[in-house]
Design a protein around this ligand. Structure first.
Ligand code: KG4
Ligand code: ZN
Length: 356
């Protein structure tokens, strides 16, 4: 094994939703391995994650995924300084698999156990590569979350706003499902949006009462549903439902211009909502930087538009770290390791765990 001068080594384990992941990260930022076993194929035919199937798949995958992460990092269990695991939020049955596995390894090897909040993990998918100036406004935007935080410093967060209904990724997935694109919908809608006119369909969103840093995406989803009902697009939708594993070119060929325009307009509206509120949050807390993390952070349109904000420096994760992975969990655990914030063997999976 090559340990080099860096050290310490943390094994991260992530199983909060539909990805079983393990990674070895050295010194909080050097990724020695990152293995992600996706269950997409299993859930795709149901158009979303089926919790019972997810737990079963995690059980099946966790041993081999951890073994592969250790092998790729060229380390064995005795070289590890700590094991970090996502303890929440997420699907309780899925979380339990990772938490129980991590506890067992720690118990058997007498290694410290570190509990990581999945949302803090996403924030660290950016911090592990970029030295971001604090305070920073952090937007965590995925299939399960659309939350805005103030990051005062690493480990200290304050919630500024959140979605009142659907998460942005969930809106992508629901719109995609409605239109006959596969699951998850974000990546394909993102790719097809570049072929449409983002100003073709005007969506008027209801004004938010109360906290104006909160989000709402259910109205947008309903507006898309209304658009589809005003036209007869059932034949094209049905045709796309048969495609499932198509390439972008095949999807595009199966999508008339009016629908491409709809996708572009939907994406444009989501992006504006996300960035406008992130910029407002940054202004409110006097931050010059903003972090965007979570699955939706891989969106090409979002990145492009964020780059146009002159008054705010946006930081995004490497696309390989935007969706769920365990490198971000191991990275988030490192500052806790340094401060010796360890979990006991009574650690529980907490479906509704909050970051702030
Ligand atoms: O972070 P993640 O892997 O899992 C959760 O914690 O939810 O995020 C998955 C979500 C899905 O809703 C997916 O549709 C969305 O991220 N997503 C995208 C893109 N890639 C993934 N949404 C928009 N554009 C993308 N390029
Ligand atoms: Zn996530």
């Amino acid at each position: 094994m090559e340990i080099g001068n860096l050290q310490p080594l943390i094994l991260g384990i992530e199983s909060s939703c539909d990805e079983t992941a393990a990674a070895v990260v050295e010194q909080g930022h050097h990724i020695r391995s990152s293995v992600v076993a996706s269950q997409l194929d299993i859930h795709a035919k149901y158009g979303g994650v089926v919790p019972e199937l997810a737990s079963r798949e995690h059980l099946r995958a966790i041993g081999p995924v951890v073994a592969q992460a250790l092998a790729q990092a060229r380390v064995s269990l005795e070289h590890l300084n700590a094991i970090a695991v996502t303890s929440g939020p997420g699907l309780v049955g899925s979380l339990l698999v990772g938490v129980t596995y991590a506890k067992a390894l720690c118990f058997a090897r007498q290694i410290p156990l570190i509990a990581v909040n999945h949302v803090e993990g996403h924030i660290h998918s950016v911090l592990l590569e970029h030295a971001v100036e604090f305070p920073s406004a952090a937007l965590v935007v995925s299939g399960g979350h659309t939350h805005l935080f103030e990051v005062l410093k690493i480990g200290e967060y304050r919630i500024l706003g959140k979605t009142r209904d659907d998460a942005a990724g969930e809106a992508y997935d629901k719109v995609a499902k409605l239109l006959g694109f596969g699951y998850p919908g974000g990546p394909i809608v993102d790719k097809l949006a570049s072929y449409g006119n983002p100003r073709a369909v005007r969506f008027t969103l209801a004004k938010m009462k109360g906290n104006d840093l909160d989000f709402s995406f259910s109205g947008l989803k309903t507006a898309v549903l209304r658009w589809t009902k005003e036209r007869d697009i059932s034949a094209e939708v049905e045709h796309r439902r048969q495609l499932s594993t198509a390439s972008v070119e095949e999807w595009r060929a199966a999508t008339p211009q009016a629908t491409l325009d709809l996708l572009a307009s939907f994406q444009h509206t989501v992006i504006e909502e996300l960035l406008r509120r992130t910029a407002a949050a940054a202004e409110q807390i006097g931050a010059q930087t903003a972090i965007v993390a979570g699955g939706v952070a891989s969106n090409a349109g979002l990145r492009e538009r964020a780059a146009q904000y002159k008054e705010l420096d946006f930081y995004f994760p490497d696309p390989s770290l935007a969706t769920d992975n365990a490198a971000m969990i191991a990275a988030a655990a490192f500052p806790k390791y340094e401060r010796q914030i360890f979990a006991g063997f009574d650690l529980k999976a907490q479906a509704g765990l909050m970051l702030a």
